[in-house]
Design a protein around this ligand. Structure first.
Ligand SMILES: O=P(O)(O)OC[C@H](O)CO
Length: 407
């Protein structure tokens, strides 16, 4: 008997819950059906760790054959000549039908130059989780989350509580801004304010436009002026934790945290779309499958098979229910298990319905460097070390310099 084709598979974890076990179980199920393929799942850390590890392994001559990495890593992976386009592998009519079956909003970070490079897997939009008990205690209707920026501020003030010595014991709102994800959350402010941050070719950014500066000013004002959010930066992991510990009444984070929050919240909570300013909207987020160029044709075919299997309607539904990520195809939402789940947990449909007004996640060539520039600017604006205008003007200049050679 032939030896099974081996595929090393890097994957990240960006949300709470037993993700490594869920991935291991998924691989075990796949192998039961496909004994001629051996998928070796390798937990590679955060998204940022995972792309760094994949690129280091590539340079050392031992890249994985398959990886889930941010959808926004597409340009970097193309520039490094690390990956093959999915359309070059997905040749049959059935393959093409599969590739055409994903939500278009997710595919926006998968395509460039006439090719498709990533397959949507753990995909998201940003949603607002809010504590219904704390809403009631503040005299707010627990079935009516804030719909606009003005309401967000108004509700936030009602939901912020201090103890006798003036220390804040409960924050109205927390939006994570520490570490690598600040730019993503920022897009949940710039999108409603009518601003787009980059072009489709990934070689131009628009960070110093008035609507972008306004969005940063609003974010800063939530703490500095309205006093409804902690000052300084808030870490990604702190937000769901503070929500579960009732230290924050409303938090913004990925829908990928939904199952974790459902399992751990000892209070009723609601999930809402991003509040509107000029319009609604969120960026999409999360990770795509990428197939590496260095694999043999057999390994690439095996990697494609696994990506196809993991995104079949039944499997996409399983993954969505286990995590809270949006099931990536409309067909997955038509499965019996997903229909039942959506009925039992209507909160799960919010991120999906928000896709209609969602935009591509910020992504450019030299993505890590450009994104860091924007993150640093946002942190400077939020901590008050620079005005939002100054911070974003600097970020624009720096990004223009980085992107000059991609014009
Ligand atoms: O937390 P996720 O997996 O929804 O992804 C978040 C964003 O894409 C961060 O860049």
């Amino acid at each position: 008997q032939n030896k099974p084709v081996e595929v090393e598979f890097y994957y990240p974890v960006a949300v709470g819950g037993p993700i490594t076990k869920i991935v291991d179980d998924m691989v075990t199920d796949f192998q039961k059906e496909n004994p001629n393929i051996k998928i070796k799942p390798i937990y590679a850390g955060s998204y940022q760790d995972s792309i760094a590890k994949a690129l280091t392994a590539l340079k050392g001559g031992t890249p994985p054959q398959l990886a889930v990495l941010l959808s926004t890593d597409m340009f970097t992976l193309i520039d490094e000549d690390a990956i093959v386009s999915i359309d070059s592998l997905a040749k049959t009519d059935a393959d093409k039908k599969w590739l055409g079956g994903f939500y278009d909003a997710f595919m926006q970070n998968s395509r460039t130059g006439g090719h498709t490079w990533g397959v949507p897997f753990q995909r998201s939009t940003i949603v607002m989780y809010y504590n219904k008990d704390l809403f009631k205690a503040a005299g707010l209707d627990p079935e009516k989350p804030p719909k606009t920026w003005a309401e967000l501020v108004d509700y936030g003030k009602k939901l912020t509580k201090q103890d006798a010595s003036g220390n804040t014991t409960q924050w109205g709102i927390e939006i994570p801004s520490g570490g690598a994800f600040a730019y993503w959350l920022f897009q949940a402010l710039t999108t409603p304010n009518g601003a787009i941050l980059m072009n489709e070719a990934g070689n131009e950014v628009y960070l110093d436009k008035p609507a972008v500066v306004e969005a940063a000013q609003f974010w800063r004002d939530l703490s500095a002026k309205h006093k409804i959010m902690p000052t300084g930066t808030i870490d990604w992991g702190t937000t769901p934790k503070d929500f579960l510990e009732k230290k924050a009444a409303m938090v913004w984070t990925t829908t990928g945290n939904l199952t974790n929050i459902r399992k751990n919240a000892d209070f009723p909570f609601g999930v809402a779309m991003m509040p509107q300013q000029k319009r609604g909207g969120s960026p999409t987020g999360g990770g795509n499958f990428y197939i590496f160029k260095s694999g043999t044709p057999e390994q690439q075919a095996a990697a494609l098979k696994f990506a196809q299997w993991a995104t079949t309607p039944e499997r996409a539904a399983d993954w969505s229910i286990a995590t809270g990520y949006v099931a990536v195809t409309p067909a997955a939402w038509e499965t019996e298990k997903m229909k039942k789940y959506a009925q039992e947990v209507p909160a799960a449909t919010v991120a999906r319905d928000q896709l209609e007004v969602s935009v591509a996640e910020f992504s450019t060539h030299e993505n890590q460097r450009v994104t860091k520039t924007l993150n640093d600017a946002l942190q400077a604006a939020l901590t008050g070390s620079k005005t939002p205008q100054q911070a974003l003007t600097d970020a624009q200049r720096e990004s223009d310099r980085i992107l000059r050679s991609y014009k």
